[in-house]
Design a protein around this ligand. Structure first.
Ligand SMILES: C[S@@+](CC[C@H](N)C(=O)[O-])C[C@H]1O[C@@H](n2cnc3c(N)ncnc32)[C@H](O)[C@@H]1O
Length: 363
């Protein structure tokens, strides 16, 4: 990469976290029924780097897709080399240009009976598939919004720094989506109302996740690069000559139905046999761990925000979220109850979701 580009990249927001194919496969396997006959848009996805593009291109026929559109942002400072597309007129050294790729036909060109990456390399030689330059590739730009309007489902890992804006746009255009985000979004004043009103829910997988990152996301000098075990435990790894970062609290958000949303959590504790304390300032009990939700309590319970990973609206009623700042009540939207942060024996507790069991067992 030229020095100029590298310097620009260093000052850019840290948004370059490339999702592993295995993580995409693990989540997307639960949504195949939604994809048939649909136009899929990956609008933060440089086909050189993006496994989302690769995932859909390789399974284009198997999934019965109508169209796949990928757009690449010109602010994205790296260019990978996983997928060596024949660029036609753009054959020089990969340049950081914004472009879109529109795929409507994927053929098994080498005649081996399967569509594989070497066929994908030929994708753009097919007249029905188009590569064209965009002005910026910014998902907020008018040219990208036109593509968004065409799309049935948007699937990607959007820039972390623009997550709220990104989601707001999907909602504004009434799109179906499956995207990667951070668990902390759950308590965001704009995002929580979407969860509360059942317009968005969690995907199937969550937790610590490894992402490939550009080399300029340097490992701090104080780490010993030869101590791979310690590096990994601090969230860094070097694999195949590339730098990887492990991020905690990663999850998927969607408005496509999935099986997890209908699974009932097994509740094994009784409120009679376990110590549950009521908050000092509310009539609700603190349940510090989702596994400790009692099966026989019919009152309000405060649970960690990670409860959303297991939330089944047929099992629980989501009443609201606790807030630290009473002024936040002005942001109250769509009927979601916002309570002040709960205190327990004088100690302030972190943000909690307030829930009620819809079918408490009485023995
Ligand atoms: C978290 S990375 C994920 C990349 C890819 N979707 C993946 O999962 O491997 C987010 C990507 O969005 C790009 N990006 C940042 N700002 C953008 C914008 N305003 N419009 C479109 N893409 C943007 C970044 O350059 C980056 O490549």
């Amino acid at each position: 990469m030229a020095n100029k580009n590298l310097n620009a990249a260093k000052t850019a927001k840290k948004d370059e976290f490339y999702t592993q194919m295995s993580d995409i496969e693990r989540e997307l396997q639960h949504y195949w029924q939604h994809f048939r006959g649909k136009t899929i848009l990956c609008n933060c996805d440089d086909p050189y780097e993006s496994n989302f593009f690769k995932y859909f291109a390789l399974r284009f026929n198997q999934l019965g897709l109508k169209k796949l559109i990928c757009t690449c942002y010109n602010g994205s400072p790296v260019q990978g080399n996983e997928l060596m597309i024949d660029w036609g007129d753009f054959t020089e050294e990969p340049k950081k240009i914004a472009y879109k790729v529109e795929i409507t036909e994927v053929r098994d060109l080498n005649g081996d009976g399967a569509v594989d990456l070497s066929d994908v390399q030929y994708l753009l030689k097919n007249d029905k598939n188009v590569l064209s330059i965009l002005k910026t590739g910014d998902f907020r730009s008018s040219e990208c919004i036109e593509l968004l309007k065409q799309a049935d489902i948007v699937v990607t890992n959007p820039p972390f720094s623009l997550f709220r804006e990104y989601v707001a746009q999907l909602i504004e255009y009434g799109k179906k989506f499956l995207i990667i985000g951070n668990v902390n979004a759950i308590s965001n004043k704009n995002f929580f109302p979407l969860l509360y009103t059942g317009k968005v829910w969690n995907g199937v997988n969550s937790g610590h996740t490894w992402f490939k990152v550009p080399e300029y996301y340097e490992i701090p000098d104080f780490y010993d690069l030869t101590d791979t075990k310690k590096l990994r435990s601090n969230g860094y790894a070097i694999k195949d000559g590339r730098l990887w970062r492990n991020l905690g609290n990663i999850c998927w958000f969607t408005n496509l139905d999935n099986k997890k949303r209908h699974e009932f959590i097994d509740l094994i504790r009784s409120v009679k046999h376990t110590e549950y304390c009521e908050y000092d300032n509310y009539q609700a009990i603190e349940v510090g761990n989702v596994n400790e939700i009692p099966y026989d309590y019919d009152g309000i319970m405060g649970v960690p925000i990670t409860f959303m990973h297991k939330y089944n609206p047929d099992q629980f009623e989501l009443l609201g979220i606790t807030e630290n700042d009473p002024k936040m009540k002005e942001y109250w939207k769509d009927g979601a109850l916002r309570y002040d942060r709960p205190y327990l024996k004088g100690q302030r507790k972190p943000a909690r979701l307030l829930i009620r069991n819809k079918h408490p067992k009485t023995l």
